[in-house]
Design a protein around this ligand. Structure first.
Ligand SMILES: Nc1ccn([C@H]2C[C@H](O)[C@@H](COP(=O)(O)O)O2)c(=O)n1
Ligand SMILES: [Zn+2]
Length: 167
């Protein structure tokens, strides 16, 4: 027994794995200011992923990316949020009892979609918009619908590096 090779010990946890995939998905976002990714999980299997972007078929070059100005000259009416994209892209129609990993706390519209789809747990990294009424409304609904939300510790030390021996 003593001579047997032991298993690797510094492997990442399930939470780090799924949040890592959410963060990797966010790298596909064209939003110059905020990139968000989301990953839906059931029984430790990924059943949906998404990032914030324009609806399918809408050109990334035909719509504004501004944050300020007339509403129609900003990105806000046009962007599909990461969580909604993950729900809409999901490979299973039944998300009941699933979890969602997302980089940024869900807004009120995504909270509605999360609740309606049956997702029961949210794991997030940042709550940087917590003082805005949109995110307060989100928490009011999530609390009332018994959807839990848990902030995960910052994952600064997960770096995606391709081992040169792979190539
Ligand atoms: N939980 C969230 C929060 C925000 N988003 C998206 C929507 C926008 O593309 C962007 C927010 O833009 P900002 O006002 O920070 O420039 O992030 C999301 O997908 N999920
Ligand atoms: Zn949202």
């Amino acid at each position: 027994m003593e001579n047997l090779t032991k298993k690797r010990e510094n492997y990442i946890s399930w939470d780090e794995y799924f949040m890592g995939i959410a963060i990797l998905s966010s790298k596909r976002s064209k939003d110059p200011n905020t990139q968000v990714g989301a990953c839906i999980v059931k029984d430790n299997k990924i059943i949906g992923m998404g990032y914030n972007g324009l609806p399918r078929g809408c050109s990334d070059d035909s719509f504004p990316w501004d944050k300020e100005g007339d509403f129609l000259n900003t990105k806000y009416p046009f962007i599909v949020h990461a969580e909604l994209n993950a729900i809409l892209n999901s490979i299973k129609s039944d998300l009941k009892g699933s979890k969602i990993y997302v980089g940024l706390f869900p807004c009120n519209e995504c909270a509605k979609a999360i609740i309606q789809s049956g997702i029961k747990e949210i794991f997030y990294l940042s709550d940087k918009y917590r003082d805005s009424d949109i995110f307060k409304a989100s928490k009011l609904m999530l609390d009332n619908a018994n959807v839990t939300y848990t902030q995960l510790p910052p994952m600064k030390d997960i770096v995606l590096q391709i081992d040169p021996d792979y190539i």
